[in-house]
Write a protein that binds this ligand. Structure first.
Ligand SMILES: Nc1ncnc2c1ncn2[C@@H]1O[C@H](COP(=O)(O)OP(=O)(O)OP(=O)(O)O)[C@@H](O)[C@H]1O
Length: 578
C-alpha cells in the first residue's frame, strides 16, 4: 500500500479501531464486513481528521464505504446541528445514485432516524424532487446535473446550501467530467462554503481527475492505494482478476462465445460486453436457440427496468447478462486524451442529461466471475472499468477478451498500461485463454453458423422493439404498482425469449460425437472443483446463491480453485491455439 503523500504504511486496523460510531459498527456487523479494505483503512482516519481527500483505488476496492462511513460518523457526532443539507454525494449516473443510496441506507439502519437521506435524479418528476427536498434531508445523493437544476430552479436554496454544507463527495470522479458535468460542477462550486470538506474518489487517474481536484479541493491529501502481490505490483486491475484473450475472426465471435458457454469453460455469472445494442440482441437471440438464457442491459431501456434488471442479476436470477456500455463517453475520453477540443460537449451533455446512459460503470454487480469483452472497448479506461465488474472486494475473477483484426492498437495500449503498471515492463498481462481448443470450436461451427444465419437484421430489429415495449410496460408496472409490493417484482422477468422461432431441442446439448476430448476434460475438472466445495455448476439460481453467500469461504475457495485449474490447463493453449 502506498500513499501519494509519502506517508508510511499503516497497521491493518479493524472497524472498531477506526473509532467509528457504535451505530455504524452495528450496521457494518449486520452487513457482515469482516475488516476494512485498504482504501477504507487509509481514507477513514484522514476524512475523520477533516482533511480534503483524493482517494484512488482499484475498481471494487470498497471506495463507497471509505467515504460514507466517516461522513456519517461525523454527522452522527453532531446531530444537534444536523439541520439542513449537510452532505452531498455526487455520482455520474442514476444507477450509481441508487447503488450509493442503498449502501447509505444500510449504514443508517441503526441510527434511529436521526439523519435523513434522499436521492435526487432527473428521472424523478419535479413534484417528487420538491417533495424529497421539503423533508429537509441531511444527506443528498445525486448527479451534478440534477443538483445544478435544483439550485437553478430554487428547489435547493443556494444561500442555505452555502450555510449548511459540511461534506461534498465526488464519487467516480474519473467519469464525472466525461459525462458532461463540468459546467454544472463549476456552478455548484460557487455555492460550496470554503470550510466544506471535499472528497474525491476514483478508480483511475486522468486529466479530468486533476481538473476536478483543482476545481473543488483545498490542499488535499492524496491516497493512491496499490497492493503488492508477490513480486508483481498491480496498480489498476485487481490482482485477483486473470486476464485472457481469444483471437478469432470477427465473424467467428458468436461461435467462440458459444464454445466458452456450452462447454462451461467460463464460470457463471458472466457479464458480456458489446459496443452496440444490436449486437447484444444478436447474441441473445443466438444463445436462445441453444437454450441458453440471457438478459440485455442498455441505455435504451427505461430507468426502472434497468435498475430492476440489475437487481435480478445481482440476486442470481439469470447467469448471463449482455451489457452495452456507452461508447459515447469513451469517445469523449479519447478526444480528451488526445487533447482535442470537445466542441459538441454541450450538445452531448443535453443528451446525457436526458439519458444519463452509463449503465454499467461503477456498478457493483454481485458475484460476477467472468467478464467477456465480446467487443473490445474503445479505450484503456473503458477496459479497466469493464473488467473491474469482476474480482470485487478481493474475490477472484476472469476477464476474456475477443481480439480480432483491427484490435491490435488497443491491445498494445492495454499491454503498455498493464505491464508498465505492474512494474515489469514487457510482461504480458493478457494471456491466450488456456482451455479453448480449435477442436472444440470446430465441433460447434456447423450448428453455430446455421443458427447465426437465422439471426437476421430484421429479427434483431424486431427483438429490440419487442424488448423495449416489454420493458416500458414493466417499467410502468414497476412504477405504479410494485412500489409498495417489492416481493412482486420477482414476477417480472427480463430474460424472456425474444425469438419468434422456438429453440430446437437438439441444440440444447452437444452430442457425444461432436465433443472435444481435451475441452471436455477441462470442463469436467471445473465441475469437479465446483463439486468438491459444494457448488453445483448448473444455473446460479437465487436459492443456491443464498446458500452460497452463507459461507463466504466457499465462494472465495471455489474461485481460487477454478483459477488454479485455468492455469493448470494453460499448456493446452500452446498445443491448440485457435
Ligand atoms: N470491508 C469490506 N469487506 C468486504 N466487502 C466490502 C467491504 N467494503 C465494501 N465491500 C463490498 O465490496 C464491493 C465493492 O465496493 P464498492 O462498490 O464500494 O467498490 P468501488 O471501489 O467503489 O468500485 P468501483 O470503482 O468499481 O466503483 C461491494 O459489494 C461492497 O459491499
Amino acid at each position: 500500500m502506498s500513499h501519494g503523500d509519502g506517508e508510511d504504511e499503516e497497521e491493518a486496523l479493524g472497524f472498531e479501531e477506526l473509532g467509528l460510531d457504535p451505530r455504524l459498527l452495528r450496521a457494518i456487523a449486520k452487513r457482515g464486513l469482516p475488516k476494512p479494505t485498504l482504501i477504507q483503512q487509509t481514507a477513514i482516519p484522514r476524512i475523520l481528521e477533516g482533511k480534503d481527500v483524493v482517494g484512488r483505488a482499484k475498481t471494487g476496492s470498497g471506495k463507497t464505504f471509505a467515504y460514507l462511513l466517516p461522513m456519517i460518523h461525523k454527522l452522527l457526532a453532531h446531530t444537534e446541528n444536523a439541520t439542513g443539507l449537510k452532505a452531498l454525494v455526487l455520482v455520474p449516473t442514476r444507477e450509481l445514485c441508487q447503488q450509493v443510496f442503498d449502501e447509505l441506507e444500510s449504514l443508517l439502519n441503526f441510527s434511529g432516524g436521526v439523519l435523513t437521506a434522499v436521492q435526487l435524479t432527473t428521472s424523478m418528476s419535479s413534484a417528487v424532487v420538491k417533495g424529497a427536498v421539503t423533508r429537509r434531508p441531511n444527506i443528498v445523493v445525486s448527479t451534478p446535473g440534477c443538483v445544478a437544476s435544483c439550485i437553478a430552479d430554487g428547489t435547493i436554496s443556494a444561500p442555505s446550501l452555502k450555510e449548511s454544507l459540511a461534506t461534498l463527495v465526488l464519487d467516480e470522479a474519473d467519469l464525472l467530467l466525461s459525462y458532461g458535468y463540468e459546467e454544472d460542477l463549476q456552478k455548484l462550486v460557487l455555492h460550496v462554503p470554503p470550510r466544506c470538506q471535499c472528497i474525491l474518489m476514483s478508480a483511475t487517474t486522468s486529466a479530468d481527475v486533476d481538473k476536478l481536484k483543482k476545481l473543488v479541493l483545498h490542499d488535499p491529501v492524496t491516497l493512491t492505494l496499490t497492493e503488492v502481490d508477490g513480486s508483481t505490483k498491480d496498480d489498476v486491475v485487481p490482482s485477483t482478476v486473470q486476464q485472457f484473450m481469444v483471437r478469432c475472426e470477427a465473424e467467428d465471435k458468436l461461435l467462440h462465445l458459444l464454445t466458452l458457454v456450452r462447454f462451461e469453460l467460463i464460470q457463471k455469472k458472466a457479464l458480456i460486453f458489446v459496443n452496440a445494442i444490436d449486437t447484444s440482441f444478436k447474441i441473445k437471440l443466438f444463445l436462445e436457440q441453444f437454450g441458453i438464457k440471457s438478459a440485455v442491459l442498455n441505455a435504451e431501456l427505461p430507468q426502472n427496468s434497468r435498475l430492476h434488471i440489475l437487481k435480478e442479476f445481482n440476486l442470481g436470477l439469470f447467469d448471463y447478462m449482455i451489457a452495452t456500455d456507452d461508447g459515447k463517453s469513451d469517445k469523449l475520453e479519447t478526444e480528451d486524451q488526445a487533447g482535442g477540443k470537445l466542441k459538441n460537449r454541450k450538445k452531448l451533455k443535453k443528451r446525457i442529461m436526458d439519458a444519463e446512459f452509463g449503465v454499467v460503470r461503477g456498478v457493483d454487480f454481485k458475484n460476477v466471475y467472468t467478464v467477456v469483452n465480446f467487443d473490445l472497448p474503445r479505450t484503456v479506461t473503458g477496459y479497466i472499468h469493464r473488467i473491474g465488474r469482476t474480482g470485487r472486494a478481493g474475490n477472484a475473477g476472469v476477464a476474456v477478451s475477443f481480439v480480432c483484426e483491427g484490435d491490435e492498437g488497443l491491445l498494445s495500449s492495454l499491454e503498455d498500461v498493464l505491464s508498465g503498471d505492474s512494474g515489469n515492463a514487457g510482461e504480458k498481462r493478457i494471456l491466450p485463454f488456456p482451455t479453448i481448443t480449435s477442436g472444440a470450436v470446430e465441433s460447434l461451427r456447423y450448428r453455430a453458423e446455421d443458427v447465426a444465419r437465422g439471426v437476421t437484421k430484421i429479427s434483431i430489429r424486431e427483438a429490440r422493439a419487442k424488448e423495449l415495449k416489454m420493458e416500458i410496460l414493466n417499467s410502468e408496472r414497476l412504477k405504479a404498482h410494485f412500489e409498495d409490493n417489492p416481493a412482486d417484482l420477482k414476477l417480472l422477468k427480463h430474460d424472456k425469449p425474444l425469438s419468434k422461432r422456438q429453440p430446437p431441442q437438439h441444440l440444447r446439448s452437444v452430442p457425444e460425437y461432436l465433443r472435444d476430448a481435451e475441452v471436455m476434460a477441462a470442463g469436467k475438472a471445473m465441475k469437479a472443483a465446483n463439486a468438491a466445495i459444494g457448488r453445483p455448476s448448473v444455473s446460479y439460481t437465487k436459492k443456491r446463491k443464498q446458500n452460497w453467500e452463507q459461507d463466504p469461504l466457499k465462494s472465495i475457495g471455489v474461485r481460487l480453485l477454478v483459477g488454479v485449474i485455468l492455469v493448470a490447463f494453460s499448456p493446452l493453449a500452446c498445443c491448440h491455439s485457435v
